[in-house]
Write a protein that binds this ligand. Structure first.
Ligand SMILES: [Zn+2]
Length: 331
């Protein structure tokens, strides 16, 4: 980041000035010049830094307290506590909503919870960032941990929340959604999947919230060590284009759009169906594809902490923050 290198120069100069003697005029002029090109505190406010390492550490913590998070399991409840604990300051302000609903699933009625954390901005309109936090119910009898599929993106959004707490949105409000029941309970279909986001999209259609949403951006499986964000055809074209710009601006162009993803079902779909601009930030190409594991590590007991990296979380986090900035610049 440019402001970091500028402030480093200032610090260096300040140190040399403090050694005594009256500095020559040319040095003073240089000092003034450096001060003038150093970004103001306002600029620093709008360029908060995401820490991939912090998001990685949070992923590790979440996996320790809630390794398996399938519906109605103790780990599921622990993951919910983990999310709520991290947003205690927002809860105290009334900005953490628990959206409880009952889902009709092939395994019977299940109580589910979406968590919505609101960071109010100054402009009318909302940017929503969403991730599911639960693990796949059909895989409840194997050691399926979903390090990349659910845990890392939950950590990613918690870390973004930490940044939004320190740097409240100057533009649109930003809401974080930790949604439940993304995975199929038996077998993926329109009625057996996306329970949380289908519920939320319908609720927000009824209460008028949907019309305020400028973009609904999903984080899913974007911490893979070998990260390359897919070009998802179900995402809104202008948001896909913007992601490419965000990647260029953050120096991550090599980490996007190697693969096209046609017709993917994910948490953005219920919002897309209701006309909300949507983007899925996902890398479905996860691990080596073999005869035994045609989908790589996806939905296997190999989706573990060692398959993800702080570096990839850094890339995804940078992309999310840059997307927020770019959406705010849009007329
Ligand atoms: Zn999954």
């Amino acid at each position: 980041m440019t402001y970091l290198s500028a402030s480093k120069s200032s610090v260096h100069l300040t140190l040399s000035l403090s050694k005594g003697k009256t500095p020559p005029i040319s040095l003073l002029l240089l000092f003034v010049l450096l001060l003038s090109i150093a970004p103001s505190s306002q600029a620093q406010k709008t360029t908060p830094q995401f820490s991939g390492q912090a998001a990685y550490n949070l992923t590790k913590q979440l996996l320790e307290v809630a390794p398996k998070r399938f519906n109605a399991s103790p780990g599921h409840a622990k993951a919910e506590e983990f999310i709520k604990q991290h947003f205690a300051p927002e809860a105290a302000k009334g900005n953490l909503e628990t959206d409880t609903f009952t889902a009709t699933t092939p395994a019977g009625l299940q109580t589910m919870h979406n968590y919505i954390v609101r960071f109010p901005g100054k402009k009318d309109g909302v940017i929503v960032l969403a991730t599911h936090y639960e693990t796949n119910y059909p895989l409840r009898d194997i050691n399926f941990y979903g390090a990349n599929d659910g845990a890392a993106t939950t950590a990613l959004l918690i870390e973004i929340g930490t940044i939004l707490r320190a740097h409240p949105p100057e533009g649109y409000s930003v809401w974080l959604v930790f949604d439940d029941g993304e995975e199929a309970v038996k077998e993926w279909s329109n009625s057996d999947s996306l329970y949380g986001t289908r519920h939320l999209a319908a609720k927000w259609a009824n209460d008028g919230t949907l019309s305020k949403i400028k973009a609904f951006i999903v984080a899913d499986m974007c911490a893979d060590k070998d990260l390359n964000i897919d070009q998802d055809e179900m995402s809104t074209p202008w948001l896909r284009d913007m992601l490419k710009v965000a990647a260029k601006n953050t120096g991550h162009s090599a980490s996007v759009f190697k693969n096209d993803l046609p017709g993917l079902g994910d948490d953005h779909i219920p919002f897309r169906q209701r006309g909300v601009p949507v983007l899925d930030i996902i890398d479905l190409d996860y691990g080596p594809h073999t005869d035994a594991t045609p989908d790589g590590y996806h939905h296997t007991d190999q989706d573990t902490l060692d398959k993800i990296s702080a570096k990839s979380l850094q890339i995804s986090g940078d992309l999310f923050l840059e997307m927020i900035r770019l959406i705010n610049q849009r007329p």
